[in-house]
Design a protein around this ligand. Structure first.
Ligand code: NAG
Ligand code: NAG
Ligand code: NAG
Ligand code: NAG
Ligand code: NAG
Ligand code: NAG
Ligand code: NAG
Ligand code: NAG
Length: 552
C-alpha cells in the first residue's frame, strides 16, 4: 500500500507542466460573506459566458458566480470543477460548507476546488414558476407522494398540468436557456477562462454524473480527469418516462436501517430495551406509515401524515450518519412521546418563509432542468399508469417518491435551445473513474456499470457501504484511491472494492478517517462537526412540506 505522502511527492513532479498556459481571465477576490459564509479562505469571481450558445454572435451574457476553495498543498496543480447534483442544487454553498474538508482530502489537497451554481439554480437564471404567497403555498401543499391515497395520482397529474402551464407562461424565455448541454458548455467556458492547460478536471455527484457524461460526450478531447460518483443512468434521464433504475437497491438500504440498528442497539433508540428483530422493527415502521395515511398526527404546527413520515424515510437513505437520529424519531412516534418529538422536529425543520421558499425553489429547479432535458411527453394520466406500477414494483420505499416530478415532466412545455441527444459510446482523451456504492438507494452500482461499459478505458470503483455517493461512506481506501487518480491518473484495477471505515450506528465520521490518513495537524486548520452530506439535502417534497407546515 502506498502512502499518501509518497503520492504527493511524486505528483508535484508529474504535473510541473500542467499550469504552463498561465493566461487566466479570472480575477479572484473576496466573497460576499453574508451570501457565502465559510470557515475556509475562499475566493470568488464573476465570469460572463454566452447566455445562448446557439446564437454565438449575440452579445447577451450570463454571469457565472464562481467560488474557489484553494488547494492546501501548494502550489496548486490546477482546478477541479464540481457539481453536486439534484439537478436543482446550487453548488457554491455545499462546496464551501460541509464538503470542503472531504473533497480536499479526496483530491490529495493539491487542487483548487471550483464551483458555480448551474443555470436554473441559486441566482443563476432561477426557475421560479410560482409567485411567493398563495401560489407557492398551493404548490408546496401538493407535494405529496403518489400513494398517499387512492385519489392522489389524479391530483398530482392535475398539479403537473398547472405547473407546466405556469412555467411556460412565466419562464418560456429563461427556461429555454436552461439545459445540461448548456451547463456542459459553461464548464468548458470556465476551463477556457481559467487558462490552465485547457483541459477539464471534473467531479460530479448524482445528477452531476449526467452532466459529466454529457460534457464528456460533447467534448471528449477536453477531458483530463473526471470522477463520476453516484452514477445516474443518463439514458433514462434523457429518454425514459421515469428514472426506473435509480431505485434498484433502495429497499435493501432501507432494510439496513433496521439490521444495522439491532446489531448496534446501544446507539439505536428503536432497539433499546426490547429484543425486537430487524424484521419486527421494519414491520412496525411500515405499520406506522400505513396508520398515518388514515390518522395523521398533529404536532404543534406540523401535520405528520403518510407523505411526511415516508418522506423522512426516503431522505434518510442518502446518508447512514443520520440513522441514529431517525431511529430516535421513529421510537418517539411508536412510543407516542409526541411532545419530545415536536421539540426535535421544530429544531430540525425551520418554517421561516425564506427557508421554505429556498427549498421550494430547489424542487422547481429540479423540474425546470430535468423536464427540459427529458425528451418524452405523455398524454393523459392513463399513459403514465404502467410507469407508476413499474416504479411501485421496483421499490416499496422509493416507488412513489418522485411521481410529482415525472408527471410534471410528462406535460412539460418549454423546449430548451439545446438538448443533448447523442450516445454515450465515448472515448475520452483520458479515462474516467466511476464510483458506485454497494448499497446506494438513489444511484445503484448497476448504473455505474451501465455507463462504464460504453466509456472506453474507464473503471468502476466499488465502495462497500450504504448511502448516496462516496461522500456518504467514510473510507480511507477511497481517499487513497481517488487521490491517486487525481494526482497522477492512476486507476484502480477493475473489481477493487473499498471498505467503509464507519460501521452503521457507530460514531466514526469523515473527520476521523481524514485524520487517520493525513494526521490531524496538516489540514485546513480547523476542526468541526461535519453534518450529514448535503448531497443528501432532500429534493423530495414531503420533507419540504414539513418545513412549510406553518405557512401552508
Ligand atoms: C503567471 O502570471 C502571474 C500573474 O499574472 C505571474 O505573477 C507569474 O509569474 C506567472 N507565472 C508564470 C509561470 O509565468
Ligand atoms: C451580499 O449578499 C447579500 C445577500 O444576498 C446582499 O444583500 C448584499 O447586497 C451583498 N453585498 C454585496 C457587497 O454585494
Ligand atoms: C458570426 O460572426 C462571424 C464573424 O464575425 C461571422 O463569420 C459569422 O457568419 C456570424 N455567424 C452568424 C450566424 O451570424
Ligand atoms: C416560447 O418561446 C419560443 C421561442 O423562444 C416561441 O417560439 C414560442 O412561441 C413561445 N411560446 C409561448 C407559448 O409563448
Ligand atoms: C430479552 O431477551 C432476554 C433473553 O431471552 C430476556 O431475559 C429479556 O427479558 C428480554 N427483554 C425484553 C425487554 O423482552
Ligand atoms: C400503496 O398503498 C396501498 C394501500 O395502502 C398498499 O397496499 C401498497 O403496498 C402501497 N404501495 C406502495 C408501493 O407504496
Ligand atoms: C444502459 O441502460 C440503458 C437504459 O436502461 C439500456 O438501454 C442500455 O442497454 C444499458 N447499457 C448497457 C451497456 O448495459
Ligand atoms: C492529534 O493527534 C494526537 C495523537 O496522534 C493527539 O494526541 C491529539 O489530541 C490530536 N489533536 C486533536 C486536536 O485531535
Amino acid at each position: 500500500m502506498f502512502s499518501l505522502r509518497t503520492l504527493l511527492g511524486l505528483c508535484s513532479l508529474a504535473s510541473a507542466h500542467a499550469l504552463s498556459y498561465n493566461t487566466s481571465k479570472i480575477q479572484w477576490g473576496p466573497c460576499n460573506e453574508t451570501e457565502l459564509p465559510s470557515e475556509y479562505p475562499i475566493e470568488c469571481s464573476r465570469l460572463p459566458v454566452p447566455l445562448d450558445y446557439t446564437r454565438p454572435n449575440a452579445s447577451e451574457t450570463l454571469v457565472l458566480e464562481l467560488v474557489k476553495v484553494p488547494a492546501t498543498v501548494k502550489p496548486s496543480k490546477g482546478s477541479i470543477l464540481l457539481n453536486f447534483g439534484g439537478p436543482g442544487l446550487p453548488a457554491r454553498d455545499d462546496l464551501v460548507g460541509a464538503l470542503a474538508d472531504r473533497l480536499l482530502a479526496l483530491s490529495g489537497r493539491s487542487y483548487d476546488l471550483v464551483a458555480f451554481d448551474p443555470r436554473g439554480t441559486g441566482n443563476t437564471l432561477p426557475t421560479a414558476c410560482f409567485e411567493p404567497g398563495y401560489e407557492s403555498n398551493e404548490f408546496a401543499n401538493d407535494l405529496l407522494l403518489g400513494n398517499q391515497s387512492d385519489v392522489q395520482l389524479g391530483r398530482l397529474w392535475a398539479r403537473g398540468t398547472t405547473e407546466a402551464e405556469a412555467c411556460l407562461a412565466r419562464q418560456n424565455e429563461t427556461g429555454s436557456l436552461i439545459s445540461t448541454a448548456f451547463v456542459a458548455r459553461d464548464l468548458i467556458s470556465t476551463v477556457d477562462a481559467l487558462g490552465e492547460d485547457g483541459m477539464l478536471r471534473y467531479w460530479g455527484f448524482s445528477y452531476g454524473t449526467t452532466l459529466g457524461a454529457t460534457v464528456s460526450a460533447m467534448f471528449p478531447d477536453r477531458i483530463h480527469r473526471m470522477v463520476l460518483d453516484g452514477q445516474q443512468n443518463p439514458h433514462e434521464y434523457y429518454h425514459a418516462q421515469a428514472d426506473f433504475q435509480e431505485w434498484t437497491d433502495s429497499d435493501k438500504v432501507f432494510s439496513a436501517i433496521f439490521s444495522g440498528c439491532v446489531a448496534a442497539p446501544s446507539n439505536c433508540a428503536l432497539a433499546t430495551g426490547n429484543n425486537a428483530t430487524a424484521a419486527d422493527l421494519e414491520h412496525a415502521v411500515w405499520d406506522l406509515v400505513d396508520t398515518l395515511k388514515y390518522r395523521p398526527l398533529a404536532l404543534g404546527s406540523y401535520i405528520v401524515d403518510y407523505s411526511v413520515l415516508k418522506g423522512l424515510l426516503q431522505a434518510s437513505l442518502y446518508d447512514s450518519a443520520g440513522w441514529p437520529q431517525l431511529a430516535t424519531w421513529l421510537n418517539l412516534l411508536i412510543t407516542k412521546q409526541y411532545a419530545v418529538l415536536e421539540d426535535l422536529l421544530t429544531a430540525a425543520f425551520p418554517t421561516d418563509e425564506s427557508t421554505v421558499l429556498a427549498s421550494l425553489r430547489t424542487v422547481e429547479a429540479l423540474r425546470g432542468i430535468h423536464c427540459g432535458d427529458n425528451d418524452v411527453r405523455t398524454e393523459g394520466l392513463e399513459g403514465m399508469m404502467s410507469v407508476v406500477e413499474r416504479l411501485y414494483r421496483t421499490s416499496r420505499v422509493m416507488g412513489d417518491a418522485a411521481i410529482g416530478n415525472y408527471f410534471a415532466c410528462a406535460q412539460w412545455r418549454i423546449e430548451p435551445r439545446e438538448r443533448y441527444t447523442g450516445t454515450f459510446d465515448i472515448k475520452t482523451k483520458n479515462p474516467v473513474l466511476f464510483i458506485g456504492n454497494t448499497f446506494d438507494g438513489h444511484t445503484p452500482l448497476a448504473s455505474a456499470r451501465n455507463l462504464s461499459a460504453t466509456f472506453e478505458g474507464s473503471v468502476v470503483l466499488e465502495v462497500n457501504g450504504y448511502g448516496h455517493s462516496s461522500l456518504a461512506v467514510p473510507s480511507a481506501c477511497t481517499i487513497r484511491t481517488t487521490s491517486a487518480y487525481w494526482l497522477d491518473g492512476t486507476l484502480p484495477n477493475e473489481g477493487v472494492v473499498c471498505p467503509s471505515d464507519a460501521p452503521l450506528y457507530s460514531d466514526v465520521t469523515w473527520a476521523d478517517v481524514i485524520a487517520k490518513v493525513y494526521g490531524n495537524d496538516t489540514g485546513p486548520g480547523h476542526k468541526r462537526t461535519v453534518p450529514a452530506s448535503p448531497v443528501s439535502r432532500s429534493l423530495f417534497g414531503p420533507v419540504l412540506r414539513l418545513r412549510s407546515g406553518e405557512s401552508g
